[in-house]
Design a protein around this ligand. Structure first.
Ligand SMILES: *Cc1c(COP(=O)(O)O)cnc(C)c1O
Length: 455
């Protein structure tokens, strides 16, 4: 081939859409082309990306791939056909229940945190409906709660009631109590919340839930596979799990700090009776009896198998080792960032946190973000307050000093060039952070989504 990419320049059949290639291509060539395309992505391997990818080293990643690959074609929809997948899922869920001190707890695996959360909201809606609570159900959410709850609210018609967080980015308990109405079915807290890595006062929220005979969900999607180990390592971690009587369910992602393959999360309830309201079953389909635990029909068995494999390979010992390394690195990031004059927001308990510029007129944090991106870091910008989000994994052990050196340069350069605030992403984020008119931003986001699907 003279020009290998020419082979992949496709013709269009109508104005908008691509034609399926008429001829088959050599598989090796297809893979080669994809390997080239992949290089345009964010560099997660060398610890230059935060969130999105959780890399616990090449040896573990190769192991994950092998476990996934073994069950590449099996289907988690019907465990009757694949008893080993049934065993893996049941055992993974059981071990998570135990981590969370849920002696009577029961749950399922799902494809991710969003699905776990959507299942929890649907479960409570249906549980309270079964008790004859028929008015428009409401759930109380701290402002920092993950958007998956808002998504669930829209999908399942449960009204979200937002309450503020305090100066330390923790749900305001008094405001939560005030927000309770006869229609409230659920209070939610995060352990911790994604934006600033701060844990809501789960014990206080759960006490409220119990007092008002409503349910309490803890979103431990990011913390679930970290906090129990941090506690064992001696870090000051407040209780967040079933050891608190009012907590009735917990979502925990395995594909984040559990270091399993993507497509793996767990939703656990205090009782199997509650879990029943998650299941979908039908006996009158011409295709036969149908029973599905969650949103999806066909389920990749690979992510279930890889989760079980990871639990076996790491065990408590392996997780403790990984989290010790992560916390040591996170501490280096935090300390270095503070020494450069930036401010860590709140008192984040684990390896997720955000930092801002205490003198935004001198050093604009979004300009710093743009400069860091030019230096090859994938930066997560946040809006309220204006800050940069970090999520530390073992991949960052080797990149922390490099990050801090670049951050120092970015800080100095942004101080010397305040005009950069009107350029690039800094201009966009600065505008979004300032403009109180949401309709304009919504339009922008809808357009962004439409453009995403242009070939
Ligand atoms: C990541 C995350 C979610 C959503 O999980 P996905 O796997 O991305 O769907 C929910 N809550 C918190 C706190 C998270 O960090």
């Amino acid at each position: 081939m003279e020009n290998p990419t020419q082979e992949f320049t496709q013709s269009t059949s109508s104005q908008k859409h691509l034609k399926l290639p008429l001829k088959s291509k050599d598989r090796t060539q297809v893979l080669q082309h994809m390997t080239e395309l992949q290089k345009t992505g964010a560099n997660w391997h060398d610890g230059r990306t935060f969130s999105l990818v959780y890399h616990a080293g090449d040896e573990h990643t190769e192991f994950l791939k092998k476990a996934y690959d073994l069950y590449f074609h099996e289907n988690g929809l019907n465990p009757g056909a694949f008893p080993s997948i049934k065993k893996y899922e049941a055992e993974v869920v059981s071990m998570v229940c135990d981590l969370f001190h849920g002696a009577t707890a029961a749950g399922t695996m799902t494809s991710g945190g969003s699905e776990s959360i959507m299942m929890a909201v649907k479960t409570y809606r249906d549980y309270y409906a079964s008790l004859g609570k028929t008015a428009q159900p409401e759930m109380i959410l701290p402002r920092t709660i993950h958007p998956a709850f808002c998504k669930a609210a829209q999908y399942f018609k449960v009204k979200p009631i937002y309450v503020p967080v305090d100066q330390q980015f923790r749900a305001d308990v008094a405001a939560t109590e005030k927000a309770i109405t006869p229609n409230t079915i659920l209070i939610v807290g995060s352990a911790p919340a994604y934006p600033h890595g701060c844990m809501d006062p789960i014990e206080d929220l759960a006490r409220l839930a119990q007092k008002h005979s409503i349910s309490m969900h803890v979103d431990a999607c990011v913390g679930g596979m970290s906090l129990p180990f941090l506690k064992k390592l001696g870090h000051a971690i407040p209780a967040f799990d079933f050891s608190i009587p009012g907590v009735t369910s917990i979502s925990a992602d395995l594909h984040k700090y559990g270091f399993t393959a993507k497509g793996a999360s767990v939703i656990v309830y205090r009782s199997a009776e509650l879990r029943r309201h998650q299941f979908f079953i039908t006996q009158d389909w011409p295709g036969g009896l149908f029973a599905s635990p969650s949103m999806t029909g066909t389920r990749p068995a690979g992510s279930i198998a890889a989760a079980w494999a990871t639990f076996q390979a790491l065990g408590e010992e392996g997780y403790l080792k990984l989290h010790q390394e992560i916390m040591t690195t996170a501490q280096k990031f935090k300390q270095g960032i503070q020494e450069l004059g930036f401010k860590i927001l709140g008192n984040p308990e684990m390896s997720v946190f955000a930092f801002t510029s205490p003198e935004p007129k001198e050093v604009n944090i979004y300009v710093v973000a743009d400069l860091m991106e030019k230096k090859g870091w994938h930066v997560d910008r946040q809006l309220a307050p204006e800050c940069i989000h970090l999520m530390i994994t073992p991949a960052h052990t080797a990149s922390v000093l490099h990050y801090l050196a670049d951050l120092k340069e970015a800080r100095d350069y942004s101080r010397a060039h305040p005009e950069l605030a009107t350029e690039g992403m800094a201009a966009l984020y600065g505008m979004v952070a300032q403009i109180p008119d949401p309709t304009m931003i919504q339009q922008f986001l809808y357009n962004y989504m439409d453009e995403r699907y242009l070939p």
